[in-house]
Design a protein around this ligand. Structure first.
Ligand code: F6P
Length: 543
């Protein structure tokens, strides 16, 4: 483990100043800030990789932003950023480099890590993925009975599912409609069963996606799929219908997939940072290698911006700092992601893993407990649907929720006025969340006195509004990279390891113990607590 010195952010001068600013500006609302300075939107909009990020509805002033930049300086954020890009082992608890940024380096770049130019390796895999994707798309690759592949089933979970599943929906307008992708993740038997029920083994390709190739859910579902195929077409058919995406060649081979049909990646790609690695194979089959390449270019554009733009113009840096401001100084515990795009319907779920598995930590890299809050809770749904569901709480609930509103300007489906309606709703919600409606304004509408308090909208909910021209592969890559780096900035300030996930391990272990008992039909495990044993007994009676 590399034991680099970790700065306690709460001990820095900048942190103390920011605390004072939070107190002294507590009564200044977003409405005030926008009224006092109408040039605020242009001063607080940052553009990179085709993303226009308007932070003018955040509850902070440009002076506060400059203090936040000072916090970044005092906690060494940019030094850690440079170490990440250079391949140093900044994932200290796992003693690994963190190099998802290398996955999108152009072919002619060089990045030598431990004596190897990893860019060459990355492009070798991309080339093999490209050849395979083209073969599947063109029909040059056929199933065991000579038929073209019409259905691709990605079996994976977490980062080996959420990225490809999200990207498949997001890039609907770019995909080959003669091939459908399906995503099986849950160990709930219904997940795999209903997908297989609809498919023909002769025309189905299974993509088994697992960095470790040991994940219980994935290996169980992959086993089910393999049996289903072998029952229908025989053992010899496996080589035409199964490919593996993994770092673990031995486990792939033991599972019964020839490693010639494996697309590899490296331990320096975290699961939640892997949609742009071999894990993206189903996306590449769906949209083609050129579009996948455009997505990588979008990622790279933001990487370049993050590593080279001056701090005060650096979009991911600003976004991460604002998140820290909201979390630690305004004490806002949660962020709603509200994409006004049906195609981004899985983006909030994707971001949940990216943000919460990365920054849901309470111990710093040096093993010391943190004395301040870390990662916010992320969740969300596309607009306008969410407006008819949970926005009531966003507007008038007792908890303040920060919101990321994502707007896509162009649609491929110009039906009547619908696109303008969609965007009008996004802008309206951003305005109402941030500015609210005062008692006087409500009364001035002629509202009866008894209803006035019910119609007052407190506003002052911080909103970031991200606008892109269209949802294409480049933009999707840029959006993902933006969030990746904003997550990095927050973790760097908090001094935590944003790239490990020890918190998910214990549950997996306990589940295995419970499963052993359930298999025997007993509930006796002495290491289990009374509540678990009681619930196991109920289950054994009901199942
Ligand atoms: O359990 C959490 C996790 O390790 C995630 O970090 C990861 O994305 C997921 O499981 C799947 O892991 P794998 O790709 O190794 O199957």
């Amino acid at each position: 483990m590399t034991n680099d010195a970790v700065v306690d952010p709460s001990g820095t001068q900048a942190w103390k100043e920011l605390q004072e600013i939070a107190v002294s500006t507590a009564n200044i609302s977003i409405r005030d800030l926008l009224t006092i300075d109408p040039s605020r939107p242009s001063a607080m909009t940052y553009v990179a990789g085709g993303i226009h990020a308007d932070f003018s509805r955040q509850r902070l002033s440009p002076t506060t932003l400059s203090r936040l930049l000072e916090l970044a300086r005092q906690t060494g954020v940019l030094t850690l950023r440079d170490k990440m890009f250079a391949g140093e082992h900044i994932n200290s608890t796992e003693n690994r480099s963190v190099l998802h940024t290398a996955l999108r380096l152009p072919r002619d770049a060089t990045l030598v890590v431990d004596g190897v130019n990893i860019v060459e390796e990355v492009h070798q895999v991309l080339d093999r993925m490209g050849d395979f994707s083209n073969a599947v798309r063109s029909g040059a690759w056929v199933g065991a009975t000579g038929k073209k592949i019409t259905d691709v089933v990605n079996i994976g979970i977490g980062g080996s599912d959420l990225g490809p599943a999200m990207a498949y929906l997001a890039l609907e307008d770019f995909r080959d409609r003669s091939i459908s992708c399906h995503f099986v993740s849950n160990v709930d038997p219904s997940d795999v069963a209903v997908v297989l029920e609809r498919l023909n083994p002769e025309t189905t390709l299974f993509v088994i996606a697992s960095k470790t190739f040991t994940t219980l859910e994935t290996m169980t579902n992959a086993g089910d799929a393999r049996r289903w195929l072998v029952d229908a077409l025989g053992e010899a058919a496996v080589e035409k219908h199964f490919v593996a995406l993994s770092t673990n060649a031995q486990a792939v081979s033991e599972f019964g997939i020839d490693t010639h049909h494996m697309y590899g990646f490296w331990d320096w790609v975290g699961g939640r940072y892997s949609v742009d690695s071999a894990i993206g194979l189903s996306t590449m089959i769906a949209v083609g290698p050129a579009n996948f390449g455009a997505m990588l270019s979008g990622f790279h554009a933001i990487d370049q911006h993050f590593s080279h733009a001056a701090p005060h113009e650096n979009l991911p840096l600003m976004m991460g700092l604002i998140a820290v401001w909201n979390r630690n100084f305004l004490k806002i515990p949660t962020t709603a992601v509200l994409p006004y795009s049906q195609y981004l319907s899985r983006f909030p779920a994707y971001l949940q893993q990216l943000t919460m598995e990365s920054n849901g930590k309470s111990v710093r890299r040096d093993g010391e407990a943190v004395s301040y809050d870390t990662g916010a809770i992320f969740w969300g749904e596309p607009g306008t649907n969410g407006q008819h569901s949970f926005y009531q709480l966003l507007h008038q609930g007792t908890s303040t929720v920060a919101a990321d509103v994502i707007v896509v300007a162009k649609t491929a489906h110009a039906i009547g006025q619908q696109q303008d309606m969609l965007v009008a709703n996004a802008l309206a919600q951003a305005a109402v969340l941030a500015l609210g409606r005062t008692e006087m304004e409500v009364a001035a509408d002629g509202t009866s006195a008894t209803l006035v308090p019910h119609k007052v909208m407190p506003g002052n909910r911080p909103v970031s509004l991200f606008m892109v021209e269209q949802l294409d592969p480049f933009t999707l890559g840029a959006l993902i990279a933006l969030y990746e780096h904003a997550v990095f900035v927050q973790g760097a300030i908090w001094g935590i390891d944003s790239f490990d996930q020890w918190g998910v391990e214990l549950g997996k272990k306990v589940a295995l113990g419970i499963l052993a008992d359930l298999t025997k039909g007993t509930a006796q495990n002495p290491s289990l607590d009374a509540a678990s044993l009681a619930d196991m007994n109920t289950y054994l009676t009901l199942r």
